[in-house]
Design a protein around this ligand. Structure first.
Ligand code: SF4
Length: 486
Protein backbone atom coordinates (compact mmCIF):
# COMPACT_ATOMS: atom_id res chain seq x y z
CA UNK A 1 0.00 0.00 0.00
CA UNK A 2 1.26 3.45 -0.83
CA UNK A 3 2.38 5.77 1.93
CA UNK A 4 0.58 8.73 0.41
CA UNK A 5 -3.00 9.59 -0.42
CA UNK A 6 -2.45 11.05 -3.88
CA UNK A 7 -5.02 9.94 -6.49
CA UNK A 8 -7.42 8.36 -4.01
CA UNK A 9 -10.87 7.40 -5.35
CA UNK A 10 -13.94 9.25 -4.09
CA UNK A 11 -15.11 8.55 -0.54
CA UNK A 12 -18.09 6.37 -1.54
CA UNK A 13 -15.92 4.10 -3.70
CA UNK A 14 -13.19 3.75 -1.07
CA UNK A 15 -15.75 3.28 1.72
CA UNK A 16 -17.58 0.57 -0.24
CA UNK A 17 -14.47 -1.60 -0.15
CA UNK A 18 -13.83 -0.88 3.51
CA UNK A 19 -17.32 -1.79 4.75
CA UNK A 20 -16.91 -5.28 3.29
CA UNK A 21 -13.78 -5.88 5.36
CA UNK A 22 -15.14 -7.63 8.45
CA UNK A 23 -11.85 -7.59 10.38
CA UNK A 24 -11.50 -3.86 9.83
CA UNK A 25 -15.05 -3.18 10.95
CA UNK A 26 -14.61 -5.34 14.02
CA UNK A 27 -11.34 -3.63 14.97
CA UNK A 28 -12.83 -0.18 14.45
CA UNK A 29 -16.04 -0.87 16.31
CA UNK A 30 -14.22 -2.28 19.32
CA UNK A 31 -11.68 0.56 19.47
CA UNK A 32 -14.00 3.51 18.84
CA UNK A 33 -16.65 2.30 21.29
CA UNK A 34 -14.07 1.71 24.01
CA UNK A 35 -12.54 5.17 23.61
CA UNK A 36 -15.86 6.97 23.29
CA UNK A 37 -17.25 5.41 26.47
CA UNK A 38 -14.13 6.26 28.43
CA UNK A 39 -14.19 9.82 27.10
CA UNK A 40 -17.79 10.32 28.15
CA UNK A 41 -16.92 9.28 31.71
CA UNK A 42 -13.81 11.49 31.86
CA UNK A 43 -15.74 14.51 30.59
CA UNK A 44 -18.65 13.91 32.96
CA UNK A 45 -16.25 14.28 35.91
CA UNK A 46 -15.85 18.00 35.20
CA UNK A 47 -18.73 20.17 36.35
CA UNK A 48 -17.46 23.07 34.25
CA UNK A 49 -16.98 21.16 30.98
CA UNK A 50 -19.37 23.44 29.08
CA UNK A 51 -17.47 26.52 30.26
CA UNK A 52 -14.11 24.97 29.35
CA UNK A 53 -15.44 24.13 25.90
CA UNK A 54 -16.64 27.70 25.40
CA UNK A 55 -13.34 29.07 26.67
CA UNK A 56 -11.40 26.87 24.22
CA UNK A 57 -13.57 28.05 21.36
CA UNK A 58 -13.10 31.70 22.30
CA UNK A 59 -9.33 31.43 22.76
CA UNK A 60 -9.00 29.84 19.33
CA UNK A 61 -11.34 32.32 17.65
CA UNK A 62 -9.56 35.28 19.21
CA UNK A 63 -6.15 33.95 18.14
CA UNK A 64 -7.31 33.24 14.59
CA UNK A 65 -8.71 36.78 14.35
CA UNK A 66 -5.31 38.20 15.31
CA UNK A 67 -3.18 35.44 13.81
CA UNK A 68 -0.78 37.85 12.09
CA UNK A 69 0.04 39.59 15.36
CA UNK A 70 0.53 36.40 17.38
CA UNK A 71 2.66 34.73 14.71
CA UNK A 72 5.01 37.70 14.55
CA UNK A 73 5.23 37.74 18.34
CA UNK A 74 6.00 34.03 18.30
CA UNK A 75 8.73 34.49 15.68
CA UNK A 76 10.32 37.26 17.70
CA UNK A 77 10.32 35.20 20.93
CA UNK A 78 11.61 32.01 19.29
CA UNK A 79 14.41 33.97 17.65
CA UNK A 80 15.28 35.72 20.90
CA UNK A 81 15.50 32.30 22.59
CA UNK A 82 18.05 31.05 20.06
CA UNK A 83 15.78 29.33 17.54
CA UNK A 84 15.38 30.03 13.82
CA UNK A 85 11.95 30.51 12.26
CA UNK A 86 11.17 29.57 8.65
CA UNK A 87 7.93 30.34 6.83
CA UNK A 88 6.56 27.75 4.40
CA UNK A 89 3.69 28.66 2.09
CA UNK A 90 3.01 25.08 1.02
CA UNK A 91 4.06 21.46 1.39
CA UNK A 92 6.85 21.65 -1.20
CA UNK A 93 8.45 24.63 0.46
CA UNK A 94 8.24 23.07 3.93
CA UNK A 95 9.72 19.78 2.68
CA UNK A 96 12.55 21.59 0.93
CA UNK A 97 13.36 23.62 4.05
CA UNK A 98 13.48 20.51 6.25
CA UNK A 99 15.50 18.47 3.74
CA UNK A 100 18.05 21.29 3.40
CA UNK A 101 18.32 21.66 7.18
CA UNK A 102 18.94 17.93 7.64
CA UNK A 103 21.47 17.85 4.80
CA UNK A 104 23.29 20.81 6.38
CA UNK A 105 23.90 18.66 9.48
CA UNK A 106 25.54 15.98 7.33
CA UNK A 107 23.14 13.36 8.67
CA UNK A 108 21.09 10.91 6.63
CA UNK A 109 18.48 9.87 9.19
CA UNK A 110 16.05 11.53 11.57
CA UNK A 111 13.80 10.34 14.41
CA UNK A 112 10.27 11.67 14.43
CA UNK A 113 7.66 12.47 17.03
CA UNK A 114 4.16 11.72 15.79
CA UNK A 115 3.12 14.77 13.80
CA UNK A 116 0.03 15.36 11.69
CA UNK A 117 1.58 18.36 9.93
CA UNK A 118 4.55 16.37 8.62
CA UNK A 119 2.19 13.64 7.40
CA UNK A 120 0.03 16.28 5.73
CA UNK A 121 2.99 17.50 3.66
CA UNK A 122 4.38 14.00 2.97
CA UNK A 123 7.68 14.80 4.68
CA UNK A 124 8.86 11.20 5.04
CA UNK A 125 8.52 10.59 1.30
CA UNK A 126 10.20 13.92 0.47
CA UNK A 127 13.13 13.10 2.78
CA UNK A 128 13.41 9.60 1.33
CA UNK A 129 13.73 11.16 -2.13
CA UNK A 130 16.73 13.10 -0.78
CA UNK A 131 18.33 9.97 0.68
CA UNK A 132 17.28 10.71 4.26
CA UNK A 133 15.57 8.00 6.33
CA UNK A 134 12.80 9.20 8.68
CA UNK A 135 11.99 6.83 11.56
CA UNK A 136 8.60 7.12 13.25
CA UNK A 137 8.87 6.54 16.99
CA UNK A 138 5.24 6.63 18.14
CA UNK A 139 4.19 2.99 18.57
CA UNK A 140 1.17 3.23 16.29
CA UNK A 141 3.11 5.21 13.69
CA UNK A 142 5.86 2.61 13.86
CA UNK A 143 3.29 -0.10 13.10
CA UNK A 144 2.01 1.94 10.15
CA UNK A 145 5.52 2.57 8.85
CA UNK A 146 6.72 -1.02 9.18
CA UNK A 147 3.50 -2.29 7.59
CA UNK A 148 3.94 0.07 4.58
CA UNK A 149 0.48 1.26 5.49
CA UNK A 150 -1.34 4.55 5.94
CA UNK A 151 -2.63 6.04 9.21
CA UNK A 152 -6.37 5.69 9.69
CA UNK A 153 -7.01 7.64 12.89
CA UNK A 154 -5.63 10.93 14.22
CA UNK A 155 -4.70 9.59 17.62
CA UNK A 156 -4.47 5.85 17.02
CA UNK A 157 -3.06 5.65 13.48
CA UNK A 158 -3.05 1.83 13.52
CA UNK A 159 -6.58 1.52 14.92
CA UNK A 160 -7.43 -0.73 11.97
CA UNK A 161 -4.89 -3.34 13.11
CA UNK A 162 -5.43 -5.93 15.83
CA UNK A 163 -2.74 -7.48 18.03
CA UNK A 164 -2.16 -10.53 15.84
CA UNK A 165 -1.66 -8.35 12.78
CA UNK A 166 0.81 -6.14 14.69
CA UNK A 167 2.79 -9.19 15.89
CA UNK A 168 3.05 -10.39 12.28
CA UNK A 169 4.23 -6.99 11.07
CA UNK A 170 6.88 -6.82 13.80
CA UNK A 171 8.07 -10.37 13.08
CA UNK A 172 8.40 -9.87 9.35
CA UNK A 173 9.39 -6.20 8.99
CA UNK A 174 11.35 -4.99 12.01
CA UNK A 175 14.62 -6.48 10.81
CA UNK A 176 14.41 -4.47 7.57
CA UNK A 177 14.40 -1.23 9.57
CA UNK A 178 16.88 -1.99 12.37
CA UNK A 179 16.80 -4.29 15.39
CA UNK A 180 14.72 -7.39 14.63
CA UNK A 181 11.76 -8.54 16.73
CA UNK A 182 12.68 -10.98 19.54
CA UNK A 183 12.35 -14.66 18.65
CA UNK A 184 8.94 -16.15 19.43
CA UNK A 185 7.28 -12.73 19.77
CA UNK A 186 3.68 -13.14 20.99
CA UNK A 187 0.70 -10.83 20.55
CA UNK A 188 0.57 -9.97 24.26
CA UNK A 189 0.55 -6.14 24.47
CA UNK A 190 3.49 -6.00 26.92
CA UNK A 191 5.61 -8.16 24.58
CA UNK A 192 4.74 -6.03 21.58
CA UNK A 193 5.57 -2.85 23.51
CA UNK A 194 8.91 -4.31 24.63
CA UNK A 195 9.80 -5.27 21.06
CA UNK A 196 9.05 -1.72 19.91
CA UNK A 197 10.99 -0.26 22.85
CA UNK A 198 14.12 -2.24 22.02
CA UNK A 199 13.84 -1.45 18.33
CA UNK A 200 13.38 2.28 18.94
CA UNK A 201 15.93 2.70 21.72
CA UNK A 202 18.70 1.99 19.23
CA UNK A 203 17.44 4.80 17.00
CA UNK A 204 16.96 7.35 19.81
CA UNK A 205 20.54 6.86 20.99
CA UNK A 206 21.99 7.17 17.50
CA UNK A 207 19.96 10.01 15.98
CA UNK A 208 21.50 13.45 15.66
CA UNK A 209 18.36 15.10 14.20
CA UNK A 210 14.82 15.03 15.58
CA UNK A 211 11.69 16.15 13.75
CA UNK A 212 8.46 17.04 15.55
CA UNK A 213 5.22 18.88 15.23
CA UNK A 214 3.55 20.67 18.15
CA UNK A 215 0.13 20.73 19.71
CA UNK A 216 0.47 24.36 20.72
CA UNK A 217 2.88 27.27 20.36
CA UNK A 218 2.80 29.94 23.07
CA UNK A 219 3.32 33.36 21.49
CA UNK A 220 4.23 35.24 24.68
CA UNK A 221 7.38 33.15 25.29
CA UNK A 222 8.01 31.38 21.97
CA UNK A 223 7.45 27.99 23.63
CA UNK A 224 6.35 24.86 21.79
CA UNK A 225 4.28 22.16 23.46
CA UNK A 226 3.87 18.48 22.60
CA UNK A 227 1.36 16.16 24.27
CA UNK A 228 2.10 12.45 24.04
CA UNK A 229 1.57 9.22 25.94
CA UNK A 230 4.61 7.04 25.38
CA UNK A 231 7.68 9.09 26.21
CA UNK A 232 9.02 8.67 22.69
CA UNK A 233 8.38 12.35 22.09
CA UNK A 234 10.48 13.32 25.09
CA UNK A 235 13.37 11.22 23.69
CA UNK A 236 13.14 12.84 20.23
CA UNK A 237 12.87 16.33 21.66
CA UNK A 238 15.80 16.10 24.06
CA UNK A 239 18.42 13.64 22.73
CA UNK A 240 19.25 14.86 19.18
CA UNK A 241 21.61 17.78 18.60
CA UNK A 242 19.25 19.39 16.10
CA UNK A 243 15.50 19.69 16.46
CA UNK A 244 13.24 20.72 13.56
CA UNK A 245 9.58 21.36 14.34
CA UNK A 246 7.01 21.69 11.55
CA UNK A 247 3.83 23.29 12.83
CA UNK A 248 0.65 24.62 11.25
CA UNK A 249 0.22 28.36 11.81
CA UNK A 250 -3.13 27.83 13.53
CA UNK A 251 -1.46 26.10 16.49
CA UNK A 252 -0.41 29.33 18.16
CA UNK A 253 -2.08 30.49 21.39
CA UNK A 254 -1.40 33.86 22.98
CA UNK A 255 -0.31 32.86 26.49
CA UNK A 256 0.47 30.11 29.00
CA UNK A 257 -2.81 30.96 30.71
CA UNK A 258 -4.65 29.74 27.61
CA UNK A 259 -2.95 26.37 27.88
CA UNK A 260 -4.74 25.82 31.19
CA UNK A 261 -7.95 25.20 29.23
CA UNK A 262 -6.49 22.81 26.65
CA UNK A 263 -4.48 20.90 29.26
CA UNK A 264 -7.86 19.89 30.66
CA UNK A 265 -9.91 19.40 27.51
CA UNK A 266 -7.43 17.71 25.18
CA UNK A 267 -6.42 14.67 27.29
CA UNK A 268 -10.01 13.96 28.35
CA UNK A 269 -11.29 14.25 24.78
CA UNK A 270 -8.57 12.18 23.17
CA UNK A 271 -7.40 9.43 25.52
CA UNK A 272 -9.97 9.96 28.30
CA UNK A 273 -7.14 10.79 30.69
CA UNK A 274 -7.45 13.43 33.40
CA UNK A 275 -3.90 14.55 32.73
CA UNK A 276 -1.62 14.03 29.81
CA UNK A 277 1.18 11.50 30.55
CA UNK A 278 4.03 13.40 28.83
CA UNK A 279 3.75 17.12 28.19
CA UNK A 280 7.02 18.46 26.76
CA UNK A 281 7.72 22.16 26.36
CA UNK A 282 10.76 23.87 24.90
CA UNK A 283 11.78 27.42 24.20
CA UNK A 284 14.59 27.95 21.72
CA UNK A 285 17.83 26.36 22.88
CA UNK A 286 19.70 26.19 26.19
CA UNK A 287 23.37 25.44 26.88
CA UNK A 288 23.94 21.89 28.05
CA UNK A 289 20.26 20.98 27.93
CA UNK A 290 18.57 19.46 24.90
CA UNK A 291 19.23 20.22 21.22
CA UNK A 292 21.92 22.77 20.39
CA UNK A 293 20.05 23.94 17.29
CA UNK A 294 16.33 24.52 16.94
CA UNK A 295 14.37 25.33 13.77
CA UNK A 296 10.68 26.10 13.62
CA UNK A 297 8.98 25.74 10.22
CA UNK A 298 5.65 27.56 10.24
CA UNK A 299 3.34 25.91 7.75
CA UNK A 300 0.50 27.57 5.85
CA UNK A 301 -0.45 24.99 3.17
CA UNK A 302 -4.02 26.22 2.67
CA UNK A 303 -4.63 27.59 6.15
CA UNK A 304 -4.84 31.28 5.27
CA UNK A 305 -7.29 30.37 2.48
CA UNK A 306 -9.37 28.50 5.05
CA UNK A 307 -9.16 31.46 7.40
CA UNK A 308 -10.72 33.67 4.73
CA UNK A 309 -13.92 31.58 4.71
CA UNK A 310 -16.29 32.86 7.40
CA UNK A 311 -18.05 29.53 7.92
CA UNK A 312 -15.18 27.15 7.16
CA UNK A 313 -12.54 28.87 9.30
CA UNK A 314 -13.86 27.26 12.49
CA UNK A 315 -12.12 24.05 11.34
CA UNK A 316 -8.86 25.76 12.30
CA UNK A 317 -9.93 25.64 15.94
CA UNK A 318 -9.31 21.88 15.88
CA UNK A 319 -6.92 20.58 18.55
CA UNK A 320 -6.75 17.09 16.93
CA UNK A 321 -8.26 15.24 19.87
CA UNK A 322 -10.09 12.76 17.59
CA UNK A 323 -13.26 12.67 19.72
CA UNK A 324 -15.33 13.36 16.60
CA UNK A 325 -13.92 10.26 14.87
CA UNK A 326 -14.78 8.00 17.77
CA UNK A 327 -18.46 8.93 17.78
CA UNK A 328 -19.01 9.10 14.02
CA UNK A 329 -21.20 6.29 12.61
CA UNK A 330 -19.73 6.82 9.15
CA UNK A 331 -16.11 6.65 10.33
CA UNK A 332 -16.88 3.57 12.41
CA UNK A 333 -17.97 1.69 9.32
CA UNK A 334 -15.80 3.17 6.59
CA UNK A 335 -12.52 3.48 8.52
CA UNK A 336 -9.93 6.19 8.10
CA UNK A 337 -8.35 5.26 4.76
CA UNK A 338 -11.53 6.01 2.82
CA UNK A 339 -11.14 9.73 3.63
CA UNK A 340 -8.00 9.90 1.49
CA UNK A 341 -6.17 12.17 3.89
CA UNK A 342 -4.15 12.15 7.10
CA UNK A 343 -7.20 13.85 8.60
CA UNK A 344 -9.94 11.22 8.57
CA UNK A 345 -13.43 11.27 10.07
CA UNK A 346 -15.63 14.33 10.52
CA UNK A 347 -12.77 16.80 10.96
CA UNK A 348 -11.08 15.40 7.84
CA UNK A 349 -14.29 15.79 5.88
CA UNK A 350 -14.23 19.54 6.52
CA UNK A 351 -10.49 20.21 6.80
CA UNK A 352 -9.04 18.37 3.79
CA UNK A 353 -11.39 19.95 1.20
CA UNK A 354 -10.50 23.37 2.60
CA UNK A 355 -6.75 22.85 2.77
CA UNK A 356 -6.55 21.09 -0.61
CA UNK A 357 -9.54 22.61 -2.44
CA UNK A 358 -12.57 20.72 -3.75
CA UNK A 359 -11.35 20.02 -7.28
CA UNK A 360 -10.18 16.40 -6.90
CA UNK A 361 -12.63 13.50 -6.84
CA UNK A 362 -11.85 12.60 -3.24
CA UNK A 363 -12.03 16.17 -1.90
CA UNK A 364 -15.31 16.93 -3.71
CA UNK A 365 -16.84 13.81 -2.16
CA UNK A 366 -15.70 14.38 1.44
CA UNK A 367 -18.38 16.93 2.46
CA UNK A 368 -20.92 14.19 1.68
CA UNK A 369 -19.19 11.62 3.91
CA UNK A 370 -21.62 12.30 6.73
CA UNK A 371 -25.18 11.67 7.81
CA UNK A 372 -25.20 15.10 9.50
CA UNK A 373 -26.27 13.45 12.77
CA UNK A 374 -24.34 16.06 14.76
CA UNK A 375 -22.59 13.66 17.17
CA UNK A 376 -19.23 15.20 16.18
CA UNK A 377 -20.34 18.67 17.20
CA UNK A 378 -21.64 17.42 20.54
CA UNK A 379 -18.26 16.02 21.59
CA UNK A 380 -15.93 18.60 20.05
CA UNK A 381 -14.01 20.34 22.87
CA UNK A 382 -13.72 23.55 20.83
CA UNK A 383 -17.33 23.44 19.59
CA UNK A 384 -16.64 23.20 15.87
CA UNK A 385 -20.04 22.98 14.18
CA UNK A 386 -18.92 20.30 11.74
CA UNK A 387 -22.40 19.71 10.21
CA UNK A 388 -22.66 23.44 9.45
CA UNK A 389 -19.32 23.40 7.63
CA UNK A 390 -20.22 20.18 5.79
CA UNK A 391 -23.40 21.75 4.40
CA UNK A 392 -21.45 24.90 3.53
CA UNK A 393 -18.87 22.85 1.63
CA UNK A 394 -21.60 20.86 -0.15
CA UNK A 395 -22.85 24.19 -1.48
CA UNK A 396 -19.35 24.93 -2.71
CA UNK A 397 -19.03 21.56 -4.44
CA UNK A 398 -22.51 21.85 -5.96
CA UNK A 399 -21.56 25.31 -7.24
CA UNK A 400 -18.69 23.75 -9.18
CA UNK A 401 -21.22 22.21 -11.56
CA UNK A 402 -21.03 18.69 -12.97
CA UNK A 403 -23.70 16.48 -14.55
CA UNK A 404 -25.47 15.65 -11.28
CA UNK A 405 -25.67 19.31 -10.37
CA UNK A 406 -27.07 20.30 -13.79
CA UNK A 407 -29.81 17.65 -13.55
CA UNK A 408 -30.66 18.73 -10.02
CA UNK A 409 -30.86 22.35 -11.12
CA UNK A 410 -33.15 21.49 -14.06
CA UNK A 411 -35.39 19.39 -11.77
CA UNK A 412 -35.62 22.21 -9.23
CA UNK A 413 -36.48 24.72 -11.95
CA UNK A 414 -39.27 22.47 -13.28
CA UNK A 415 -40.59 21.88 -9.74
CA UNK A 416 -40.56 25.64 -9.12
CA UNK A 417 -42.63 26.28 -12.24
CA UNK A 418 -45.23 23.62 -11.33
CA UNK A 419 -45.55 24.91 -7.76
CA UNK A 420 -46.11 28.40 -9.18
CA UNK A 421 -49.10 27.12 -11.22
CA UNK A 422 -51.69 25.56 -8.84
CA UNK A 423 -53.95 24.44 -11.72
CA UNK A 424 -51.15 22.42 -13.30
CA UNK A 425 -50.16 21.02 -9.90
CA UNK A 426 -53.77 19.93 -9.16
CA UNK A 427 -54.19 18.29 -12.59
CA UNK A 428 -50.87 16.49 -12.14
CA UNK A 429 -51.85 15.22 -8.69
CA UNK A 430 -55.18 13.92 -9.98
CA UNK A 431 -53.50 12.16 -12.92
CA UNK A 432 -50.94 10.64 -10.55
CA UNK A 433 -53.69 9.36 -8.20
CA UNK A 434 -55.67 7.83 -11.08
CA UNK A 435 -52.62 5.98 -12.43
CA UNK A 436 -51.23 4.99 -9.03
CA UNK A 437 -51.50 1.25 -9.66
CA UNK A 438 -49.08 1.63 -12.56
CA UNK A 439 -46.36 3.43 -10.55
CA UNK A 440 -43.08 1.55 -9.99
CA UNK A 441 -42.09 0.91 -6.37
CA UNK A 442 -38.50 1.94 -7.15
CA UNK A 443 -37.43 5.19 -8.75
CA UNK A 444 -36.05 4.53 -12.24
CA UNK A 445 -32.50 5.80 -12.67
CA UNK A 446 -31.92 6.13 -8.92
CA UNK A 447 -31.18 2.49 -8.13
CA UNK A 448 -28.60 3.18 -5.44
CA UNK A 449 -30.99 5.46 -3.56
CA UNK A 450 -34.12 3.30 -3.87
CA UNK A 451 -32.50 -0.13 -3.46
CA UNK A 452 -33.33 -0.02 0.23
CA UNK A 453 -36.18 2.49 0.10
CA UNK A 454 -39.66 2.18 -1.39
CA UNK A 455 -41.40 5.15 -2.93
CA UNK A 456 -44.34 6.31 -0.79
CA UNK A 457 -47.72 5.01 -1.96
CA UNK A 458 -49.83 7.52 -3.87
CA UNK A 459 -53.21 8.18 -2.15
CA UNK A 460 -56.41 7.35 -4.09
CA UNK A 461 -57.41 10.99 -3.85
CA UNK A 462 -55.12 14.05 -3.83
CA UNK A 463 -55.02 15.90 -0.53
CA UNK A 464 -56.37 19.14 -1.99
CA UNK A 465 -59.45 17.38 -3.37
CA UNK A 466 -59.98 15.67 -0.02
CA UNK A 467 -59.66 19.02 1.73
CA UNK A 468 -62.16 20.69 -0.54
CA UNK A 469 -64.67 17.93 0.15
CA UNK A 470 -64.16 17.52 3.87
CA UNK A 471 -62.72 20.71 5.32
CA UNK A 472 -63.89 23.50 3.07
CA UNK A 473 -64.96 26.37 5.39
CA UNK A 474 -68.73 26.88 5.65
CA UNK A 475 -70.18 30.36 5.26
CA UNK A 476 -70.35 30.68 9.11
CA UNK A 477 -66.54 30.21 9.24
CA UNK A 478 -66.57 26.66 10.68
CA UNK A 479 -65.35 23.65 8.72
CA UNK A 480 -66.72 20.15 8.30
CA UNK A 481 -65.43 17.58 10.81
CA UNK A 482 -63.06 14.97 9.48
CA UNK A 483 -64.78 12.49 7.22
CA UNK A 484 -68.33 13.65 8.06
CA UNK A 485 -70.79 15.23 5.67
CA UNK A 486 -72.60 18.32 6.91
S1 SF4 B 1 -12.92 18.66 15.25
FE1 SF4 B 1 -13.15 18.83 17.48
S2 SF4 B 1 -13.58 16.73 18.14
FE2 SF4 B 1 -12.71 16.57 16.06
S3 SF4 B 1 -10.51 16.30 16.34
FE3 SF4 B 1 -10.85 18.50 16.12
S4 SF4 B 1 -11.08 19.27 18.21
FE4 SF4 B 1 -11.35 17.04 18.31
Amino acid sequence: MSGTFVGMPSFPRAAKEAVHNKTLRGNLRHATHTIRDKRAKAVAELADWAELREAGKQIKDHTLRHLDRYLLQLEERVTAAGGTVHWAADADEANRIVADLVKATGESEVVKVKSMATQEIGLNEALEAEGIAAYETDLAELIVQLGDDRPSHILVPAIHRNRAEIRDIFRTKMADWGRAAPDGLTDIPADLAEAARLHLREKFLRAKVGVSGANFMVAETGTLVVFESEGNGRMCLTLPETLISVVGIEKVVPSWRDLEVFLQTLPRSSTAERMNPYTSTWTGTADGDGPKTFHLVLLDNGRTGTLADEVGRQALRCIRCSACLNVCPVYERAGGHAYGSVYPGPIGAILSPQLRGTQSEIDASLPYASSLCGACYEVCPVAIDIPEVLVHLRERVAGQGGKGHRLEKAAMKAAGWVLDHPGVLGAGERAASKTRRLHPSKLPGAGAWTRSRELPEMPAEPFRDWWKKNRKPKPDGTSKPDGKKS
